[in-house]
Design a protein. Structure first.
Length: 202
């Protein structure tokens, strides 16, 4: 018999005589149920906070499925349209490996029709062996620029900064840092003189 059977039926927990495990029965103390409830409440609050932070982070990068309509994952035109619709600051993201894919194109092959080259496994068998996860075979496969295959259902779109945007952002932050250093390094009695020096001539 399972020792956890009927666990959920213990409704009157506050009336139960529970004691902490001690060597001497005379020195035993009842469990503080309020303390347990407080700890559980703190755990829930911290967990919800982390989930909220993760949700905000995903929203910030525009995290969304590559093909939102799961019923059309065997529609070549639809998948190509999803790839073509991506803007210059978006990229295909493979969540399980946490990597951005480049040079992606779709093939009219299902996961069971694509060999992974590792022990003669197809893509479905590979996912089951590596991730203990069964993927749906009713979808097509996307190939990246290196020739690696990925099921459409496992791919997402994220917003990434373009190189020129990253460079501009670095320049702005560097300028702010220089301005901040200058502002904090100027003594109060020399502010008027510094303003005269920094003010451009009209």
């Amino acid at each position: 018999m399972d020792s956890c059977e009927d666990f959920d039926m213990c409704e009157d927990l506050d009336k139960a005589d529970m004691y902490l495990p001690t060597k001497k029965e005379d020195n035993s103390k009842p469990c503080n149920h309020q303390e347990i409830e407080d700890r559980f409440r703190e755990f829930k609050q911290s967990t919800y906070k982390e989930i909220h932070q993760l949700s905000c982070a995903l929203k910030k990068v525009g995290y969304s499925p590559l093909c939102p309509d799961f019923k059309r994952r065997t529609d070549l035109d639809y998948i190509r349209e999803c790839l073509d619709r991506m803007t210059a600051d978006q990229a295909v993201f493979y969540s399980r490996a946490g990597e951005v894919l480049v040079g992606c194109y779709v093939t009219p092959l299902r996961p069971t029709e694509v060999q992974c080259g590792q022990g003669n496994l197809n893509l479905c068998q590979y996912f089951a062996a590596k991730w203990c996860y069964n993927i749906d075979d009713n979808q097509y496969v996307v190939i990246n620029g290196c020739g690696a295959a990925y099921p459409v259902s496992e791919l997402f779109i994220v917003r990434v900064p373009r190189p020129e945007a990253m460079q501009n952002d670095r320049e702005v932050r560097a300028q702010k840092k220089r301005d901040s250093g200058m502002r904090w390094s100027i003594p109060s009695q020399d502010i008027s003189g510094a303003q005269k020096i920094l003010r451009p001539n009209k």
